[in-house]
Design a protein around this ligand. Sequence first.
Ligand code: ATP
Ligand code: MG
Length: 406
Amino acid sequence: MPRVLFVSPGYPSEMPAFVRALVEVGAEVFGLGDAPAGGLPPAVRHALADYLQVRSLWDEEAVAEEVAGWLAGRRVDRVECLWEPGMLLAARLREVLEVPGLSVERTIPLRNKEAMKRVLDRAGIRTPRHAAARGEAEIRAAAERIGGALIVKPIAGAGSADTHRVEGRADLDRVVAAVRHLDEVSVEEFVDGEEFTFDTVSIGGEPAYFNVAWYRPRPLVARTEEWISPQVVALRHPAQPVLAGGVEMGRRVLTALGFESGFTHMEWYLKADGEVVFGEIGGRPPGAHQVDQMNFACDFDVFRGWAEAVCFGRFSAAVRRSFNVANIYKRAQGEGTIRRIDGLAAFRRRHGEAVVWENLLPVGSRRRNWKRTLVSDGFVVVRHPDLAATLAMADEFASEVHLYAA
Ligand SMILES: Nc1ncnc2c1ncn2[C@@H]1O[C@H](COP(=O)(O)OP(=O)(O)OP(=O)(O)O)[C@@H](O)[C@H]1O
Ligand SMILES: [Mg+2]
């Protein structure tokens, strides 16, 4: 029975599904986290064979020592972490416990956007022109060198936080001031285009399953304008010619990074002239229930597929892509508590068959912070074999269903 050490089994909210899947494929799961065992979701608590609570997950050496003492010679076959901030700790634990999987050296480029692009540049992959910059003078020098419209963002950002588009010289003053609190930033050529994902469950660096999703609109726009209902659409036909360049790039990126087994989540840009440009990649699944979305697209269990891949090096589920699937995330209008939801009953009447998950915050709940979570005040998931029909429904939900808070 494979024994898996799982970092942060209770958070983020998708982790319990991965723990459940490991147990289902026959693994014994040891949890490691900073939450008290009593605070874990009950399903996780019961699934774990044992759990170690540490004071902080960020003191890697102290955690490694404590874990070694706790395991007391019990052999571990895998160390898994699907939560971005914990990936370096997981890599360090692999090294200390002599467990196969991504090393610290291989994990750094997955966490540091400049290191990532340097590795990919060496492999001849088209990244945005870029430079790392510390402080105002370096940002200005990088901007001068790269030229044109720019993006300035954190070296290890998430959720588009502190990500700024720079339009011209005067705008650079504003952005320089806005990122003053960051030690180091990445300055990039602004790439205009559509934005897609390339997500995989890989085995030994080879995708055993992959998914392409389309962001509508681009995340930076969606994260800037509150009135937008962002959509992520898993595409039923990822082998179609317009996507081929992104998929091919995705495979080359995995090879260049020396990725091994597990989930990956890459983002890439498709320019109007057809050019494909790398965006970023994480050695983890996408968030915001985009893994559930994959399940709705293929009517399978990709959580379990992942568990099988990391425990046994196989992915046995048949991949039958029957649907395009759209997740549409909602932001309420007004602040405070959700008071009313308009248009939902009519939407259900029209498209009830296509709605596979309705997960809006109910009336009476406090609004979530839409800047901090793409899930915002909830979402619905709709699916249809035809892409145009899927997009029409998604747009209709976006424009005709409204949540009001006060
Ligand atoms: N060079 C670029 N050109 C155009 N847009 C960019 C560029 N870099 C970032 N963006 C925009 O900003 C968004 C966030 O950037 P990026 O994906 O690098 O950071 P992140 O904060 O890690 O994202 P996530 O929301 O996936 O956690 C991108 O999805 C894209 O819309
Ligand atoms: Mg991103």
